[in-house]
Design a protein around this ligand. Structure first.
Ligand code: CA
Length: 233
């Protein structure tokens, strides 16, 4: 059972979500405004937020941004509910650290499955070994702590999993499709471009020079790989 906060202004959709999530055994609270949702989340942090992107008082993306800027809410999983055709919103949302998105109209069954996958990802330790130290990068899978060049860096759960997965198997090349399967799970209906968005975001967070990365390398026509620990030729 997870504590789930639904921020959705359309009463019909909210009620369907509340009903189905309760049926699936979750503790659900529904609100129709972004501000009220944020206030509730701060008062009683949920495990996961279902976030509509078109809210009457503030944009869902701003709710997501505010959550990721709040130390207590940074690690709360976010699934965005988006309208058809809002590809830009989805990409921005994933860049902001949302864990997944669902396009309306969606089947409640599918959404319940997605929630399960996101929560499972969150609670599952990643890969072989729990701590990785490579040059000036330190990763701890138990706490999701990331320290680069002596400074702590905040990554979303998904970003952390992606980085840890690559770093745990240095120099090995992984295709975008393989990374989608490994990190997002095979039930995703997302495109390989999502991987590029997350890689770009990761580079901005951990690389001294994102345009000339020293940790996450692109292998043209093949995918990505973690560089090192040996110096790359
Ligand atoms: Ca709406």
């Amino acid at each position: 059972m997870a504590r789930i906060l639904v921020i959705e202004d359309e009463a019909d959709i909210r009620q369907v979500l509340e009903y189905n999530l309760r049926q699936a055994g979750h503790d659900v609270t529904g609100v129709e405004r972004g501000n009220a949702g944020l206030a509730l989340a701060r008062e009683r942090p949920p495990d996961l937020v279902l976030l509509d992107l078109m809210l009457p008082d503030m944009a869902g993306l701003d709710v997501c941004r505010a959550m990721k800027a709040d130390a207590r809410l940074r690690h709360v999983a976010v699934i965005m509910l988006t309208a058809k055709g809002s590809e830009i919103d989805r990409i921005v949302g994933l860049e902001l650290g949302a864990d997944d998105y669902v396009v309306k109209p969606f089947s409640p069954r599918e959404l319940v499955a997605r929630i399960k996958a996101v929560l499972r990802r969150q609670s599952r330790p990643t890969g072989p070994g729990e701590v990785i130290d490579v040059r000036e990068l330190h990763l701890d899978a138990r706490t999701q702590d990331v320290i680069v060049r002596g400074a702590a860096v905040a990554l979303s759960t998904l970003e952390f999993r992606l980085l840890f997965f690559l770093a745990a198997q240095p120099r090995r090349v992984f295709s975008r499709e393989r990374l989608l399967d490994e990190i997002w799970g095979s039930d995703r209906c997302i495109t390989p471009r999502t991987v590029d968005v997350h890689i770009r975001r990761l580079r901005e967070k951990i690389e001294a020079q994102p345009e000339d990365p020293s940790y996450i390398g692109t292998v043209r026509g093949a995918g990505y790989r973690f560089l090192g620990p040996a110096v790359e030729g």
